[in-house]
Design a protein around this ligand. Structure first.
Ligand SMILES: [Mg+2]
Length: 688
């Protein structure tokens, strides 16, 4: 290098401010210093020249002898290049790009190093930021992929079909697995198609119209329809709603499709069960009421309500069992249904109770003709499992009128007419008349009074003597009602109502307790007779009530006699005979009352060993005029002698009757001739 170029070169180097360019002696001490070095590192030339260049390194590098190692590399290889932290005079760090070149003279002797240092902190920072941004982007992308796969799993597994369409193009953008199954199409054949391009016209019309509605109106729109799907005919319930994306151009229609077929079938079954009778599959009371309401709403139309009740059904059920009873009801239902018009509703509203609505009647006669047809249909015996069963049918008819025509009122009227039909001998029909309503009201009034009578002790027992040749052997207890307004009411006027309403059980128990208590104060050879209603036999507690009355009064059971009528043996014979036997086992005497008025079948006398038979007073009354009455009395006394049963003649009013009855073989007598029924305080104690 000549001198000029040497000078120029030095000036150039010293003037460069962006690079720190300086020389190191072979031992690493700074030989010169340029403006760039001063700017980069903060040292002035006079401060740094002569110092070892390791001052620019950090403590750990110095400790590791990195500066010497770097020089070593440069002297060995001719060049060392690196990036790393260097320190300024003020201690602040900067990221430096460093190049150290070994300088040799013409002879190859090492004369020092040229060192160029550039502050690249800013560049490095940019690089670092880019790296960080890249890492962040990668992390976010992984997160997005995770979310996306999560959402995909969820949507795939939603138990409803999900279809999402673009609001404008109507292209299908999303379908889940369930939808795939419903349409029997792979996703790939559905995606990015419009419904009519991938579904049947019926299905695509269904979805399109729902999507149209959803796009026109906000909210969720639901429609249920029977449609043909890959799984056959199914009832689909679809809810359509719109979804708005962030961009106003991003709008979607979401269709959520449920297959509700099974649910609707179950609903229908439940509905049918709720409205029909299990046994006969006929409408039940609830559906009947609906049909009746409909018939009543039809204006200018006469309709009839019929209440039907089987006669003698209970006997079949009790004797042959429920299974046969149920079969009988099914057969009856079939016959009844077969006798009606299509528009009529036949319902089973209770055990053996049926009801009919007859809409569109011309007149009462037409309803009566149908009632007659129903009765006739039941008349022929019904064969059930080898049993030929005869049941009758009673029918009450109520017609719509100007008066209140509510279902309840119609049913009540028809029921009152039914009650009348049964009272008038069964196997017949009756039309409702307002008089029945009056009677029913009257019965209800008596019922209320009767309940009060029990609590207010208005019911009293009267005692009528029963005699034999020697004198009074006992008394029949007869109930009288001392009504505060109506005065004394006789049993015939209130016992039937007590029987209908169930009050009879309380009345009967009261009579038993009261009579036993009273009899306990009498002569020990005198008994008390208490009448039992057939209805009392329907209560399983009857025997224990009798036991209770005996226990509480401490009356000798032989001094209590119960009087029953033939009807006890007529209804539910087996159960009632069992009850009678249990009573007899207690020691109680059993008398058959009012004999001759009912069926008077001899078989009754064989079915149970009665202690007494009481001949009904109507025969005693008629005996002087009627040869027939006398013949019956004679037959009864003859029969009782052979069976060794005592006979009581009731209603003996004069001495001729008394003399005649003695001749005929009667041993016991009761009637006005011997004494009227009297309250206990006036009781006749001996015959004069
Ligand atoms: Mg009696």
């Amino acid at each position: 290098m000549n001198n000029d170029s040497d000078v120029m070169y030095r000036m150039l180097v010293q003037g460069v401010v962006d690079y720190a360019i300086y020389m190191l002696k072979p031992d690493g001490t700074v030989a010169n210093w340029n403006a760039g070095a001063q700017r980069a590192k903060g040292y002035r030339a006079e401060e740094i020249v002569g110092q070892h260049f390791s001052v620019f390194y950090g403590a750990s590098d110095r400790l590791a002898q990195t500066p010497d190692a770097n020089l070593g590399i440069a002297s060995k290889t001719g060049r060392f290049e690196d990036e790393g932290w260097r320190y300024r005079k003020d201690g602040s760090a900067f990221w430096a790009h460093v190049v150290i070149d070994a300088i040799r003279d013409e002879n190859g002797k090492m004369i020092g190093f040229a060192k160029i240092t550039r502050d690249v902190t800013e560049r490095r920072e940019n690089e670092q930021q880019l790296l960080r941004a890249r890492d962040l982007a990668q992390a976010q992308s992984a997160r997005m992929a995770e979310i996306s796969s999560f959402l995909e799993t969820i949507i795939s597994n939603i138990p409803s079909c999900v279809i999402v369409e673009d609001a404008i193009s109507r292209e299908i953008l999303l379908v889940n697995d369930k939808a795939e199954q419903l349409f029997g199409l792979h996703k790939s054949l559905i995606m990015h198609k419009r419904p009519h391009e991938c579904m049947s016209p019926e299905l695509s019309d269904y979805f399109n119209s729902l999507a149209d509605i959803a796009l026109r109106n906000e909210g969720i729109h639901t429609r249920e329809q029977l449609l043909v799907t890959a799984a056959g005919e199914r009832i689909l319930q679809t809810r359509a709603t719109t979804i708005s994306g962030r961009d106003i151009r991003q709008n979607y229609v979401m269709l959520m499709v449920e297959d509700v077929t099974d649910q609707r079938e179950a609903d229908a079954r439940i509905h049918h069960m709720a409205h029909h009778d299990n046994l006969t599959s006929l409408p039940n009371r609830m559906l009947f009421r609906q049909k009746l309401s409909e018939a009543l709403r039809a204006e200018n139309q006469l309709s009839a309500t019929l209440c039907l009740d089987l006669d003698n059904f209970k006997n079949v059920n009790d004797v042959l069992g429920h299974q046969i009873g149920d079969e009988l009801l099914r057969a009856v239902a079939k016959r009844l249904r077969g006798s009606l018009r299509d528009q009529d509703t036949l319902a089973r509203i209770g055990g053996d109770e049926f009801a009919v609505v007859l809409p569109n009647m011309h007149d009462a006669q037409e309803a009566a003709a149908i009632a007659q047809r129903l009765i006739a249909a039941i008349q022929p015996p019904i064969n059930v499992e080898g049993h030929s069963l005869s049941v009758g049918l009673s029918v009450g008819i109520a017609l719509t009128s100007q008066a209140t025509n509510t279902p309840e009122h119609m049913l009540r009227c028809a029921d009152m007419a039914l009650y009348e039909a049964k009272r008038n001998g069964r196997n017949r029909y009756e039309h409702f008349t307002p008089r029945m309503d009056d009677l029913a009201r009257h019965r209800r009034a008596i019922e209320n009074d009767l309940r009060e009578a029990l609590t207010r002790r208005q019911l009293k027992l009267y005692y009528q003597p029963i005699t034999n040749d020697a004198g009074i052997i006992g008394y029949e207890a007869l109930m009288r009602w001392h009504h505060p307004i109506k005065g004394v009411i006789m049993p015939n006027d209130f016992i039937p109502i007590a029987e209908e309403t169930g009050i009879i059980h309380m009345l009967g128990a009261y009579a038993l307790y009261e009579a036993c208590r009273e009899a306990q104060s009498w002569d020990t050879n005198q008994s008390v007779s208490v009448n039992l209603s057939p209805l009392q036999f329907k209560n399983s507690a009857l025997v224990s009530v009798v036991e209770g009355a005996l226990r509480e009064s401490a009356l000798d059971p032989h001094r209590l006699e119960v009087e029953i009528t033939e009807s006890v043996l007529l209804d539910d014979s087996l159960g009632n005979i069992d009850t009678l036997q249990r009573l007899k086992k207690l020691g109680v005497q059993i008398a058959l009352d009012d004999f001759g008025t009912g069926y008077s079948s001899l078989s009754y006398l064989r079915s149970f060993p009665f202690d007494k038979i009481k001949i009904d007073k109507s025969f005693i009354n008629d005996m002087s005029d009627s040869r027939e009455a006398l013949a019956i009395i004679r037959a009864i006394t003859g029969m009782s002698r052979s069976l060794d049963i005592q006979i009581t003649a009731e209603g003996v009013e004069n001495s001729e009757q008394f003399a005649r009855l003695r001749e005929e073989g009667c041993t016991l007598f009761q009637g006005y001739l011997f004494g009227r029924p009297q309250p206990s305080e006036l009781r006749l104690k001996a015959l004069v």
